[in-house]
Design a protein around this ligand. Structure first.
Ligand SMILES: Nc1ncnc2c1ncn2[C@@H]1O[C@H](COP(=O)(O)OP(=O)(O)OP(=O)(O)O)[C@@H](O)[C@H]1O
Length: 236
């Protein structure tokens, strides 16, 4: 579904990602683990086209999307739930959702209904300002907004950040439901509880280099990732 091939990228003179390669399959939600500054957000930005690749390639179902504009990538099915959620606080829930569908034109009632069926809390609060929602509800809105673009691949950049454990559990359940709909998942995270609840496949990024890649059962259950790369303090 998604193939990252020897990808390098960075900012000005700083190279952050060094020849990163891995794949994401539709039936194996993938979690990329890495400490602060490892380059996880940079990777999300390169895949979505917000910053250019310096070298290497990004392939979606075999098609080379490395040089496409961000909006063309969205049209092909790439959606991002950005770090910090980035909902528009002064717009209503419904207006935020509408923006998620922008590449396909004006969304119809059926598109709103599909998302509201999955997120009843957003249906109830659709005419309220997004800034009035709790952190967990804003994360649901960020997920729902991404779904409005009808993604085939959903990238999630640390959706657990700043959320209480109950809200993290809801994010996990929601991401698993989205995966069950046939959407490929790449979740970048430091939270092992969320990672374990979602991952079938795990990739570890350390200072811009992939240092481990394997099945979740090999890598998470054994505790190897936790011990080697993240430190036990992150399990809470
Ligand atoms: N806009 C930018 N301009 C210059 N350097 C940047 C920029 N954004 C990130 N960096 C640098 O790139 C490196 C990787 O940052 P990135 O945000 O991708 O890491 P991360 O793994 O997502 O970390 P975090 O968990 O803290 O978000 C860091 O050294 C960071 O300082």
């Amino acid at each position: 579904m998604l193939r990252i091939d020897n990808l390098s990228a960075g900012y000005d003179r700083l190279e952050v990602l060094h020849a990163v390669s891995f794949s994401v399959e539709r039936d194996a939600p993938t979690v990329m683990l890495g400490a602060n500054g490892a380059g996880k957000t940079t990777l999300c930005r390169v895949i979505t086209g917000l910053i250019p690749a310096r070298d290497g390639g990004i392939f979606l179902d075999g098609a080379n999307i490395t040089r496409l504009d961000p909006s063309d990538r969205v049209k092909r099915g790439v959606a991002l739930v950005p770090e910090g959620r980035q909902v528009f606080p002064d717009m209503t829930v419904r207006e935020n959702l509408r923006l998620g569908a922008y590449v396909h034109g004006e969304p119809g009632p059926a598109e709103f209904d599909a998302v509201f069926a999955m997120f009843p809390i957003l249906a109830e609060r659709q005419n309220q300002r997004a800034g009035l929602l709790s952190g967990g509800e804003q994360q649901m809105l960020a997920l729902a907004r991404a779904l409005m673009s009808r993604p085939r691949l959903l990238l999630l950049d640390e959706p657990s950040q700043g959320l209480a454990p109950k809200a993290v559990a809801l994010v996990a359940e929601t991401v698993n439901r989205i995966a069950a709909m046939g959407v490929a998942i790449l979740l970048v995270e430091q939270n092992l509880i969320l990672a374990e609840a979602v991952a079938r496949h795990v990739v570890v990024l350390e200072t811009g280099t992939c240092v481990a890649d394997g099945s979740a059962s090999e890598m998470l259950v054994s505790g190897a990732v936790e011990d080697s790369y993240l430190g036990k303090k992150r399990r809470h």
